[in-house]
Design a binder for this molecule. Structure first.
Ligand code: HEC
Ligand code: HEC
Length: 365
């Protein structure tokens, strides 16, 4: 890990310097004239960093009215996110499957839950999840709160819907957590609802809007190399990747109320129809959604291998060739998936451009 704690909640230089200032509460020595008053009260808790400002270029945050983000919830949610005690057997934290080393996506092609339960899909990255109208590869969750509750109860963490309240009470019984829950949710303390609200509040601080591409778009023409500039031209021209990987999120799934799903044929080759993951169709029941998946954001993509809903592609270059080559032919293939006939040099340019979408932040406790 190469960065300080503060970077994880900062979107850019401005937000980071704000956070740094708020922690720097030391008075200059010359002004400390009077001795500190003698008191038996507990020492005041250290000041929390303010909630990071949402980057303007990403638009309005989707924060539900019942769960406004506060510094106290973010501090609690961050601790919960990194704590394996949240899982049924103490083996999995949220972070276990969303690590920096994997670009905040999964390490294994298919995730492995608590008690070593094999899961059917690959873990996506977490940057900018606060802006997604629908979560999961098939869009079955409509808020970060609902999504966090589902992974916590389900096979990922294995706690079970009926045991969430008891688990919350167990966590809240430790003095450290009790203080954090009381500060974040004074009237409620540790409940299943406050656990997921705190985690969601923390997730709403995970911004990625300060990439080389963003600096280029803000007018710094040197922020991209000439190879990357050629890749950007291809991305929105001949290769037409932006038809689905639409800026600023590099996914159209952030821009439509119900999310956006496409069949690219990924993971289908060599599988009989019955073995194919039906994707969005399971949620919408519409045949036109068969084996269609939410378009993943391409921010941080060069660091988030392996790729696809099933993690079946280990290498970014092979993934780009697959997408540019029109995907895998099947009866429901999206009409935009056509062979763009790119040369090797053009594939290299696209790859160089994707590297300009690397996110500078890290998740850190
Ligand atoms: C065992 C691994 C595992 C653990 C533990 C885990 N996740 Fe995930 N996460 C996944 C997988 C796999 C998916 C995709 C599942 C799907 O789409 O069907 C996912 C999806 C998500 C998404 C949706 C992102 C998107 O683009 O739609 C979010 C947000 C998320 N996880 C956050 C969390 C949080 C918060 C926790 C802890 C409460 C957590 N995860 C714990 C594996 C895990
Ligand atoms: C028809 C819409 C569409 C077009 C056009 C498209 N993609 Fe995709 N892309 C998707 C979807 C959907 C997925 C997820 C597929 C799956 O997992 O089943 C995806 C996955 C990816 C991934 C893997 C990301 C990850 O985190 O797993 C990369 C990289 C990618 N596309 C790059 C490109 C490039 C480069 C182009 C242009 C040559 C392109 N795509 C064109 C819809 C599209």
């Amino acid at each position: 890990m190469r960065s300080s704690v503060l970077i994880g909640i900062c979107s850019g230089a401005a937000a980071c310097s704000l956070a740094l200032c708020s922690c720097d509460r030391q008075e200059p020595a010359a002004q400390r004239s009077a001795p500190p008053p003698v008191t038996s009260a507990a020492p005041a808790a250290p000041a929390l960093p303010p909630v990071p400002r949402a980057p303007e270029l990403l638009g309005a945050l989707r924060t539900p009215a019942h769960n406004p983000t506060t510094p106290q919830k973010v501090a609690l949610g961050k601790k919960l996110f990194f704590d394996p005690a949240l899982s049924v057997d103490g083996s999995r934290s949220c972070y276990s499957c969303h690590q920096n080393e994997d670009g905040t996506g999964g390490h294994e092609p298919l995730a492995i839950g608590a008690k070593s339960v094999a899961l059917p899909r690959h873990a996506p990255t977490l940057w900018n999840v606060a802006y997604l109208p629908r979560l999961y590869w098939d869009g079955r969750a409509d808020s970060l709160e609902a999504q966090a509750k589902a992974v916590w109860a389900g096979d990922n963490m294995g706690v079970g819907q009926e045991n969430l309240s008891a688990k919350a009470r167990e966590l809240g019984a430790s003095p450290e957590y009790r203080a954090l829950f009381d500060a974040a949710f004074p009237a409620y303390g540790a409940t299943a609802e406050t656990v997921v609200q705190a985690i969601a509040a923390y997730e709403r601080t995970l911004f990625c809007a300060d990439t080389a591409y963003d600096r280029f778009m803000a007018g710094q023409s040197q922020a991209l190399t000439s190879e990357q500039k050629a890749g950007l031209q291809l991305f929105q021209g001949k290769a037409a990747c932006n038809g689905c990987h639409t800026p600023p999120f590099f996914s159209d799934a952030y821009l439509a109320e119900g999310g956006s799903y496409h069949n690219t044929g990924m993971g289908m080759e060599g599988k009989p129809g019955a073995a194919v993951d039906p994707g969005r169709q399971k949620v919408s029941t519409s045949p036109s959604d068969w084996a269609a998946f939410k378009t993943p954001s391409l921010r941080n993509v060069s660091r988030s291998a392996p790729y696809g809903h099933d993690g079946s592609q280990a290498k970014l270059e092979a993934q780009v060739r697959f997408m540019a080559g029109g995907g895998f032919k099947n009866p429901n293939l999206d009409q935009k998936m056509i062979d763009k006939q790119l040369s090797d040099a053009e594939i290299s340019q696209l790859l160089a451009f994707l590297g300009a979408l690397d996110c500078p932040g890290v998740l850190a406790l």
